[in-house]
Design a protein around this ligand. Structure first.
Ligand SMILES: C[S@@+](CC[C@H](N)C(=O)[O-])C[C@H]1O[C@@H](n2cnc3c(N)ncnc32)[C@H](O)[C@@H]1O
Length: 289
């Protein structure tokens, strides 16, 4: 079966991390193993690859793909809980996190991540055991919490959307992606442009997904903890997809991680043409002092 996710900036990740045959690599967002495979191609038998993901679907896919590769160990774990997997006495010298969702999660009709499955349950949890789904968040968050979610996660000042969410749930609970779409339609003026409509729907869905999965807090915890497991001279690669992630990353970066280069690495035109989901990807590389 072809992998249900195309990895972005794959060659750039391998080059920027300067992967060496004996590296001990931590991948905090294993997904469907695209970056894993590209990096493993450069590791010798003495190299090690530790892959984490919080989504059990990604874990079971990668367990079957890499089951015969003794260099690989796979853990279902949120990268904010890295202490559960790593031991500071056995450090990792190359680290990758590729933020956001996989194409599998977006395309899966029952996960509720995408507006394209209009009657899907409004779920959006990457870890299905997590307590709060998107529906439960929309049904319970107070107005100022909703306003902060849209503002912080999608740069969106949306008082009318917040008001319409509150009016909707006064009549009946949010259940499906359709419920959210109907509220978005009432809340903005799209100038008869489907492109404007889709752009707004994506921003609102992204903001809610980030809140459901507590993504910025996970990123902050990880970036502040991971240097404890990295020796001096080791490297961290972070792939972001929007300004909410990039801004937070810049704000929380500990002094022990220094950018290897000022310019962010972006996909080439050819990569963007082949994979439209790569369009917004930005790769940043840091070195541990
Ligand atoms: C963009 S995909 C990664 C794709 C992967 N690099 C590949 O080549 O297939 C992001 C993945 O990270 C996972 N993820 C996002 N936040 C996470 C977190 N805090 N802890 C663990 N996994 C996370 C998602 O479940 C998803 O599978």
């Amino acid at each position: 079966m072809p992998a249900p996710h195309i990895p972005v900036l794959c060659d750039s990740v391998v080059t920027a991390l300067a992967i060496q045959p004996n590296d001990r690599v931590l991948d905090g967002t294993l997904g469907f193993g695209g970056h894993a495979q590209a990096i493993l191609n450069h590791l010798s038998d003495d190299g090690r690859y530790i892959g984490l993901d919080q989504d059990p679907a990604a874990i079971s896919y990668c367990q079957s793909v890499f089951q015969l590769d003794s260099r690989v160990s796979i853990h279902q774990c949120n990268f904010r809980d890295i202490h559960r997997v790593l031991d500071a006495s056995v450090p990792v010298n190359k680290v990758l996190i590729d933020l956001g969702v996989s194409s599998y999660q977006l395309d899966h009709e029952t996960r509720g991540f995408s507006f394209q499955h209009a009657d899907a349950p409004l779920d959006m949890r990457m870890d299905p055991t997590h307590a709060q789904s998107a529906a439960s968040l929309l049904n319970t968050a107070v107005e100022h919490e909703l306003a902060t979610i849209f503002n912080q996660n999608a740069d969106l000042d949306a008082p009318k959307l917040v008001q319409n969410i509150v009016s909707f749930r006064a009549n009946r609970a949010f259940e499906s992606t359709n419920d959210l779409l109907s509220v978005i339609k009432q809340s903005f003026y799209f100038r008869n442009s489907r492109r404007n409509y889709i752009a707004m729907v994506q921003r609102v869905f992204q903001a809610i997904r980030m809140a459901v999965n507590d993504e910025l807090v996970a990123l902050q915890t990880f970036v502040q903890t991971i240097p404890n497991y990295m020796p001096s001279g080791s490297r961290l690669a972070v792939i972001c997809f929007h300004s909410g992630e990039s801004k937070r990353l810049k704000r929380i970066l500990p002094a022990s991680l220094t950018p290897v280069q000022k310019k962010v690495i972006k996909p080439t035109y050819a990569e963007r043409k082949k994979n439209s989901r790569a369009a917004c990807a930005q790769l940043r590389i840091y070195e541990k002092l």
